[in-house]
Design a protein around this ligand. Structure first.
Ligand SMILES: [Zn+2]
Length: 110
């Protein structure tokens, strides 16, 4: 995919891909722990690095219809969660541009 360049994060707590340990996000960019992913609990982040975004698709969730993109680890290509492009319900607009990472697919890098 030609995207082997990876960013390294610094900070108190860094979450990485459980498969290849690529840095993904810090505790400081975490917005919520109260989300559900495809595989259980998930976290909402303001910023995520080292991911590739897939094509936008509409997905019906418990909180209404959303346009989302699956996000893949730039190194191992594993699907780690998704990005919200658009929330149709006005009360869910705060999610737009934000990222979901599945807790089960994350490890503490440090
Ligand atoms: Zn990975």
């Amino acid at each position: 995919m030609g995207m082997s360049y990876r960013r390294y994060l610094a900070g108190a707590r860094i979450y990485g891909c459980s498969e290849c340990k690529t840095h993904l996000a810090t505790i400081h960019s975490m917005l919520s722990r109260a989300f559900n992913g495809q595989h259980g609990r998930a976290y909402l982040f303001d910023t995520v690095v080292n991911v590739v975004e897939g094509e936008p698709v509409d997905r019906q969730m418990t909180t209404g219809n959303h346009t989302v993109r699956d996000i893949y680890c730039v190194k191992c290509q594993r699907i780690l969660g998704w990005k919200y492009d658009r929330a149709y319900d006005p009360t869910q607009k705060y999610k737009e541009g934000k990222f979901i990472l599945e807790r089960n697919l994350l490890i503490d890098v440090q």
